[in-house]
Design a protein around this ligand. Sequence first.
Ligand code: SF4
Ligand code: MG
Length: 320
Amino acid sequence: TDALLKVQELKTYYPIKGGVFGGRVGDVKAVDGVSFTIRRGETFGLVGESGSGKSTIGRTVLRLTEKTAGDVYFKGTDLYGLSRDELRKLRPSMQLVFQDPFSSLNPRMRVGEAIGEALIDHGLASKAEARERVREVLAVCGLLPDHYDRYPHEFSGGQRQRIGIARAIILNPDFVVADEPVSALDVSIQAQIVNLFSDLQERSGVTYLFISHDLSVVEHLCTQIGVLYLGTMVEQAPRDELFARPLHPYTQALLSAVPVPDPTVRRERIVLKGDIPSPANPPSGCKFHTRCPLAQPVCREQVPEYRDVGGGHYVACHLV
Ligand code: SF4
Ligand code: MG
């Protein structure tokens, strides 16, 4: 198949320590049985509120955080079946771009060296070759040759994110997880960075898992969108289908907050009551029932099945 990443029934739990003896008293079910596939060259948008488990999914599919159960296949290989050595060889081909690239940059290292560092660490280039590659990548990422010798604090937020992206793509990855890469940026800068992701994909065919709490950010970039609530995927569909025909009440609420460019189209804003509950103690049945405007008695009792309603459109709701 042309699947680059296949995730099946993935669970990632974090132990809660407590009590008199500091032992395990429960689990935070950060990711609680999630399945999806990303095809080569596609961009899968993962959307949900903070605390929905997006970042944990991103880290678990790169094996930067260990899974609790389920499977992750990268290019058909069981990622969790690999030895340390095999995993290290695979590392350059799967990269992470952070929300705040500044936090991962050494303030005392010149930016050019920081970008080229991984090439040298992985034994993929000599110092001279790395220097040459960094110059190319600076240009591709919309930075200037003389940025090479500058330090992180000398850059704006948007430029720092370009540096973070340059660090990831210099390794020529097949797969990049971008975890809220534009959330900390001004709206005017967000579009430029989203365009950079898109340009890089056109050049290299790289596949993205693009994480955001904002549906309008993923709208232009993503081919598939998955909506996450409390560690569970509640809906997934091809982008246009999801925007035209959202079926889950949670997706409908998220979409109602996305501005419509056409002023003659009116979309009624659905405001959800309350905050997202704690993943340490999720609601029974449909986890969304405590906030769902359409909840029925059955929703408290029974977990809705996640099923394909046609054309690769998946939804978990008793009413659909
Ligand atoms: Fe709402 Fe019930 Fe559907 Fe859950 S299953 S989204 S509570 S209607
Ligand atoms: Mg996060």
